[in-house]
Ligand binder design. Structure first.
Ligand code: TYC
Length: 134
């Protein structure tokens, strides 16, 4: 006899009750969802499904007033860039009008945008930071 998580499958053709020696009285409560016909088994296989999160690009926009050093500092502080990468990204934004600081899930991207905008406002710079769906 093969015992399963749900119900009992008997290979002999006997009911599991009589095979086990009749621990339940005949005519007693059949019980169970299938009213005592529990010598059947349902085996379900659940496929592990992982879904990729939506990703968002966080962008810096150029302006004429924010000091270059401030933008480099923002990239180091909030986007964990080293001085060299931060300078390269800042110059890209300066020359092209817009540039990518990183790609994040929605909540992280939103947090980065808020942190940069608050920091720029605190220092009275017009620096703009936005996010866009990837
Ligand atoms: N254009 C700015 C300047 O000449 C520098 C700058 C770079 C500002 C990147 C914003 O996102 C920016 N001082």
């Amino acid at each position: 006899m093969l015992r399963l998580a749900y119900g009992t499958l008997t290979l002999s053709g006997q009911s599991p009750i009589s095979a086990a020696g009749g621990s339940q009285p005949p005519g007693g409560d059949p019980g169970g969802e299938d009213g005592g016909r529990s010598n059947t088994a349902i085996i379900t296989k659940t496929k592990p499904r992982t879904k990729r999160p939506n990703l968002y690009r966080v962008l810096l926009l150029n302006d004429d007033y924010t000091p270059m050093e401030f933008v480099v500092h923002v990239l180091e502080r909030f986007f964990n860039k080293n001085r060299e990468d931060a300078t390269r990204i800042m110059l890209h934004v300066h020359q092209n009008g817009v540039g990518e600081c990183g790609v994040f899930t929605y909540e992280i991207a939103e947090t980065k945008v808020t942190q940069v905008m608050d920091f720029a406002r605190k220092h009275q710079h017009p620096l703009q930071c936005v996010m866009e769906k990837n």
